[in-house]
Design a binder for this molecule. Structure first.
Ligand code: SAM
Length: 240
């Protein structure tokens, strides 16, 4: 199993586990004395810890050796209009699994999502990182209005804008034509709300240089479907 911990990680440290994590290891996974757990905190790489039960419901982890060094964080920016809570969790988890390095909820005119709970987004990102085996936890940015969100993108960052109104064309060819696939620029993807972008927002996005309006085909996808599709495409065509 892989566990995210907030604590510092290093050779020979002994880490008292939180009750929930100890319970998960000892009762759910039925781990016992000497069994190994992989630990990461998002900064110090990945370390192997050995379980030292302290009674039925608590355990320490004796940290042995480092198993992976800390990689550079992913650089893909994922901008999306928040949806209802449950699907918001899903979008955060899929963004992490699909290689986003920064997750930025964007407030648009037709956004329906409730108030964004950033700590909930971060908890989802950590859970997804545990599950998919990455060590660098993506940054969760503050909820940002669309114009300000676009301004956070460096000029050289190619913005892939999921536009259901773009002429239906081969998205792979469109991505390849928008940059040099052999040396892809920094990337960002933008997915709109269930209600779509307002006309003035669409104009603002299209007005940004270094932006490609990408059609994902003739069907209107739900925002969370479009998000996974575009992240998969970008990784497949331009991924590092
Ligand atoms: N205009 C849509 C409609 O008529 O229902 C509303 C937006 S759609 C449900 C949600 C978002 O997913 C869009 O803002 C867009 O970013 C993305 N999307 C959906 N289908 C797409 C497609 N075929 N190509 C590109 N992006 C798409």
């Amino acid at each position: 199993p892989r566990l995210h911990v907030e604590a510092r990680l290093g050779q020979g440290l002994v880490l008292p586990l939180e009750r929930a994590q100890a319970g998960y290891l000892l009762t759910v996974l039925r781990k016992s004395e000497g069994d190994s757990v992989l630990l990461f905190n998002g900064r110090d790489g990945e370390w192997r810890g050995e379980i030292q039960p302290q009674g039925r419901k608590s355990a320490d982890l004796a940290i042995r050796e480092q198993t992976r060094t800390q990689p550079a964080p992913a650089d893909l920016h994922y901008l999306f209009a928040p949806l209802k809570a449950a699907r918001l969790d899903y979008m955060a988890q899929k963004a992490v699994e699909m290689g986003a390095g920064l997750i930025r909820p964007v407030f648009t005119r037709y956004t329906q999502g409730e108030r964004i709970k950033l700590d909930r987004l971060r908890a989802n990102a950590i859970e997804a990182a545990e599950q998919c085996g990455i060590l660098a936890i993506p940054e969760i940015a503050e909820l940002t209005r669309l114009p300000a969100a676009l301004d956070t993108l460096e000029p050289e960052r190619l913005l892939v804008f999921c536009d259901e109104d773009a002429p239906v064309a081969d998205p792979v060819a469109a991505l390849r034509a928008a940059c040099d696939p052999a040396k892809p620029p920094p990337l960002a993807v933008l997915v709109g709300p269930e209600g779509g972008f307002a006309p003035e927002e669409r104009a603002r996005i299209a007005g940004r240089p270094n932006t490609v309006a990408l059609s994902l085909g003739p069907r209107i996808l739900r925002a969370d479907t479009a998000a996974v599709a575009v992240l998969a495409l970008v990784q497949a065509v331009l991924g590092d």
